[in-house]
Write a protein that binds this ligand. Structure first.
Ligand SMILES: Cc1cc2nc3c(=O)[nH]c(=O)nc-3n(C[C@H](O)[C@H](O)[C@H](O)COP(=O)(O)O)c2cc1C
Length: 190
């Protein structure tokens, strides 16, 4: 039976993003539970309603990748107590044009990390409000991760046992949610 196909979006366009590291670690934890593809958002043009008639190539590619996905994992930093501009831009393109909302009905798992004590909590909460109003079904629970330099090694292994178990539980629950909302019989070929 084919595994569910998950689109992974990192809410940072920074080369050495700690959120990309966390996303890679999560994909590793998900081995055998779902297949994952990292979906670029850094090449999307700034959202402009004037461009909705003929979607820019990168936007059309982005929306096609979302359409193929059985679920979406978003791993985001916090910028000024909210979501980064690059991620909001991607959310807006995904939601448009009217009637072509790529987020609608998708199961989602939001997490993220920052060096700060609350681990991108406010950004995650803002994102949750937006995506619920766009019709996503989001995994419950708070996965706010405080980043420490030795938390994740270059191979994507989480060094700390407690954090690995904590995140593995979210990954398992997300795989279950996706299997319920996108059963194998209804999945598109990847
Ligand atoms: C514009 C900007 C705003 C930031 N605001 C916050 C913030 O509100 N809360 C926080 O915990 N960290 C904040 N940070 C620090 C980020 O958590 C840190 O840069 C982190 O590495 C970003 O994640 P990334 O490496 O995946 O891009 C901010 C960083 C930048 C560049």
């Amino acid at each position: 039976m084919p595994l569910p196909h998950i689109a992974v979006i990192v809410g940072s366009n920074r080369r050495d993003s700690i959120n990309r590291k966390l996303a890679q670690a999560l994909v590793q934890l998900a081995a055998g539970k779902f297949d994952a593809t990292f979906v670029r958002i850094d090449d999307l043009p700034m959202y402009n309603q004037d461009d909705e008639g003929t979607l820019p190539t990168a936007v059309a590619r982005f929306k096609a990748e979302l359409a193929r996905a059985d679920g979406v994992l978003i791993v985001t930093p916090e910028h000024n107590r909210s979501i980064p501009t690059v991620l909001k831009n991607a959310v807006d393109w995904g939601a448009r044009p009217w009637g072509k909302n790529s987020w609608f009905g998708k199961p989602g798992f939001i997490t993220g990390t920052s060096p700060g004590a609350i681990g991108s909590a406010l950004a995650q909460q803002h994102l949750r409000l937006i995506l619920i109003s766009l019709g996503m079904t989001l995994l419950g629970g708070d996965a706010f991760i405080t980043f420490k330099p030795d938390l994740i090694d270059d191979q994507g292994n989480i060094g700390d046992d407690a954090t690995r178990k904590f995140l593995a539980d979210f990954v398992d629950r997300f795989a279950t949610l996706v299997a319920r909302l996108a059963p194998a019989s209804e999945r598109q070929a990847a």
